[in-house]
Design a protein around this ligand. Sequence first.
Ligand SMILES: N[C@@H](CCC(=O)N[C@@H](CS)C(=O)NCC(=O)O)C(=O)O
Length: 207
Amino acid sequence: MRIYEFDGGANPKRLRAFLSEKGILDDIEFVQLDVAKGENRQPDFKRKNSKGTLPVLELDDGTIIAEGVAICRYFELTNPAPKLMGTSAKEQAIVEMWSRRIELGLFRFVEDVVRNTSDFFKDIVIQHEAVAEVGRKTAAQECDWLDAELIDRRYLAGDDFSIADITLGAVFYLGVPSIIDVESKYRNIARWHDEVSQRESFKRAFG
Ligand SMILES: N[C@@H](CCC(=O)N[C@@H](CS)C(=O)NCC(=O)O)C(=O)O
């Protein structure tokens, strides 16, 4: 099996952190594609993933799995320990709830800011300052909400570290510190970040 990725992308980094938590990061072959040069948009790669996004998992039988969380789900089932997506029905649903809240909320809006302001993306996406501005303001609202949620919770989904925390780690990697001053404004998010940053998986993927 191999994983196609772009070294520097937040979505591939999230997958790397997940694989590191599972203890299998070093067992996997990674193939780098240069997004700046459009290698992920070439016909050869689009035959594997017509969306052109990274990461992509290619299994030994040729099966292609795109979407970072779908790839994580595959590894959660093939390498069950440690559990990162919950065990019981209730735990799995709570982890999923938090994953979606972070991905569809903070991640998306921080990504809007980065994609609409960074030179790296200027030839890759249509950029518009208004989208960046909405992203900045909405990301700040998301942080207001998240900080209050984290007052009495160690990790996002409760007492156990999960993929939801990894996704929030990817949001930090993507650019939260430059977009929002977490350290001075959001005490509980900063406390969470200080703790998870000590994990080997965060150091390897996001460090
Ligand atoms: N929903 C996808 C998003 C993947 C994504 O946007 N990946 C970025 C790298 S972080 C990418 O491939 N960008 C290049 C492009 O869209 O051309 C996932 O979760 O895997």
